[in-house]
Design a protein around this ligand. Structure first.
Ligand SMILES: O=C(O)CCC(=O)C(=O)O
Length: 282
């Protein structure tokens, strides 16, 4: 099956759905997420830095990014045994909320090379449907980097408000749009050049997903970025020292875990917001 997924991903730039967790495991994952929200949330919401790098604060996230089924399909798709995790982010749309993601390519700001060796696995923690604002893909748009513009719009959940500049490119392909509907515990995969977006959550239920950014271990940061970023080794061996390596949270929410989290986030933000007037994650 992994081979079929890898082949289809290569042709189309995404693959969906892939079942990872049982219903019971997915329910437990939601419970764990709710505990996180109670621990670090601001007015019941996880915002800013706490949306990112949760694998450094909680063992269940550290373990989830190593789930054997996920790692197996990622290895096949990236064509290597040596896999790193560059980041994790919770993407949360509360029930009846206006937040959306404009059409974009992840490659635009990650500054990683070669980009064909990075992909995202997006795991649904709650139902992700057309109504609740699931991920949408424009198939076969993953061959090159497209120009983006930045527009600050209140409800755009992308911190820099980036979107593909050529609206004709999008409009011409909208009829091919794929709505990646997922039940809790299923995931989709997408290429870093994949053109994707998502709409607001019109349902009463929160739409929560965890995006995991995997790299083949040969991937490096482009030299123009000043800050040494940190990654987590998932499988195989490190291939170079262009990243620092993160360590597991020995105890959830310990001082050590918070320090490790802060360090990784600071390094990432220095590069992500380089030369920008915006300096923080939404
Ligand atoms: O969660 C969403 O709706 C969009 C997330 C996204 O753009 C990504 O994971 O690359």
């Amino acid at each position: 099956m992994d081979k079929v997924i890898g082949q289809s991903f290569k042709e189309n730039g995404y693959y969906t759905p892939i079942s990872i967790l049982t219903a019971e495991e997915a329910a437990k994952t939601l419970q764990n997420f709710n505990l996180y929200k109670d621990t670090v949330g601001t007015n019941g919401k996880i915002i800013g830095d706490f949306r990112f790098q949760g694998h450094l604060l909680m063992r269940w996230v550290w373990d989830l990014i190593r789930h054997p089924k996920i790692v197996s399909v990622v290895k096949e798709t990236l064509g290597t045994e040596n896999i790193l995790c560059w980041g994790t982010d919770f993407n949360i749309k509360p029930g009846k909320s206006q937040g959306y993601f404009t059409w974009h390519q992840d490659a635009t700001y990650c500054g990683l090379t070669p980009i064909s060796k990075m992909l995202t696995a997006w795991i649904a923690i709650t139902p992700s449907t057309t109504e609740s604002g699931c991920l949408c893909f424009l198939p076969k748009t993953h061959s090159k980097q497209l120009d983006h513009i930045e527009k600050q719009q209140e409800h755009n959940m992308l911190s820099l408000g980036q979107e593909i500049a050529d609206q004709n490119f999008i409009e011409k392909r909208l009829s091919t749009q794929v709505y990646a509907e997922l039940v809790p515990g299923q995931m989709s995969l997408h290429h870093s050049y994949m053109v994707h977006a998502s709409g607001p959550n019109k349902t009463e239920t929160p739409r929560i997903g965890l995006a995991i950014r995997y790299l083949a271990a040969e991937v490096r940061k482009e030299p123009r970025f000043p800050s040494m970023e940190r990654v987590t080794l998932i499988s195989g061996i490190k291939q170079h020292d262009f990243f620092e390596y993160e360590h597991a949270p020995v105890e959830d929410f310990s001082d050590d875990a918070f320090q490790e989290h802060k360090l990784s986030i600071e390094r990432k933000k220095e590069n992500y917001f380089l030369g920008k007037s915006i300096k923080s994650f939404k």
